[in-house]
Design a protein around this ligand. Sequence first.
Ligand code: FAD
Ligand code: NDP
Length: 432
Amino acid sequence: MGRAFVYVILGGGVAAGYAALEFARRGGYSRGELCIISEETVAPYERPALSKGYLLPEGAARLPGFHTCVGANDELLTTKWYKEQGIELVLGTKVISADVRRKTLFTGTGETISYKTLIIATGARALKLQEFGIQGSDALNICYLRNIDDADKLVNVMKSCPGGNAVVIGGGYIGMECAAALVTNKIKVTMVFPEKHCMGRLFTPKIAEYYENYYASKGVTFVKGTVLTSFEKDTTGKVTAVILKDGRHLRADMVVVGIGIRANTSLFEGQLVISMENGGIKVNGQLQTSDSSVYAVGDVAAFPIKLFDGDVRRLEHVDSARRTARHAVASILEPSKTRDIDYLPFFYSRVFTLSWQFYGDNVGQAVHFGDFTSSSPRFGAYWVNKGHIAGAFLEGGSRDEYEAISVAVWRKAKVTNMAELEKQGLAFAIQE
Ligand code: FAD
Ligand code: NDP
């Protein structure tokens, strides 16, 4: 069985949804010329909701409420919308191999799908504990979080142990957001991670200390600088305790694991250039891969960041997925009018009543500012590299304040006096 399309979007996540809307807005295809192939059984949705609204004990977010592109305050693209737009949704279908030279994809259902132009939007997969040599991580009450099925499992496991104990493995984004959600669901949480403090790749020790104290005030216990080595299980296969390298046993009614991701590039290894540094599919400023008919966007793409002097990065954040997707479609449909992408990296998180944003790169010397003591805080940090602002973080800011720090990073605002910058704090960005 074989089908032919002009445009194929491989993957049905955040980037796919935003690419579809961009195709529709630009009217760059005829009915039946564009398809999205996704292993997931639902139309593209806003993945960030899975660790936030989806886990709320009351009034939880559910589909169709958070299909793309509501996260950017744009249209809600339901399956009906795709039908109306003449975009074919090939759902519940995994592509198992690809032949770039013949412009053909092969699905697990035995179908052959060919394209003239391909957009790879396969995102990433959660790293599993097995990959670190830890056996038994497929137990009934061990949860990962990447897609709706994972989120449903997490919700069910939470409901099965009200008032129980959860061990959260990993102190990154998933660990922090899931720990907050578990506490909100009245589950007692212990977080275990190898670093000295949470969010080790982004937060400074001082920023991390604020969040760790806040979490501790909500009853979360931190076990830092160690990793788990094995599990204790009951006769039904459920984990009952987590055993750590330092010998400690932590009682557990459930476990949540967030130990990072790997880009889904395997279909294209040996066919497209893959970045050795970050494991993404290498693209140029038009999001075009080493094969001119193939584009890559979102978590799987390694693209040049002009602001960082063209350094090639693979970003694992939703804003980047949305923007690279739109940009690729513009490049495909109007190549002569589309300049190279000029992207300002943007990360954010919301936990409990806290909310932060970060722009740029956390390189150079960090200069903190604001009030780190309040329970309704407003504090942040600038990263100053070679006399210019390279990155900025702000907790508890207003829309205008976030805008101000983003502009300071975008313009690489000049810093002549570090002590003055510290004294001015947020005012430095606002006055810029
Ligand atoms: P994905 O959204 O992961 O989509 C990839 C798609 O490809 C999936 O549908 C997958 O099934 C499909 N696929 C993969 N391989 C195949 C194949 N062989 N055949 C068919 N289909 C395939 N970022 C933020 O900036 N802020 C947040 O608050 C935030 N929260 C998050 C919360 C969670 C729980 C998670 C998991 C991520 C979060 N992120 C957040 C990150 C953000 O969601 C990702 O950066 C974004 O989803 C990347 O979009 P993507 O389209 O590249 O990949
Ligand atoms: P992260 O990369 O954010 O964090 C992984 C954490 O696990 C790090 O602290 C890492 O430490 C630690 N770790 C690595 N190996 C082990 C191990 N064997 N045992 C214990 N801890 C370990 O990944 P997440 O899994 O938290 O998130 C997955 C993806 O989801 C990311 O792409 C993230 O961007 C995205 N996401 C984003 C959100 C947001 O932007 N608000 C929210 C939720 C998810 P080390 O640094 O030392 O390797």
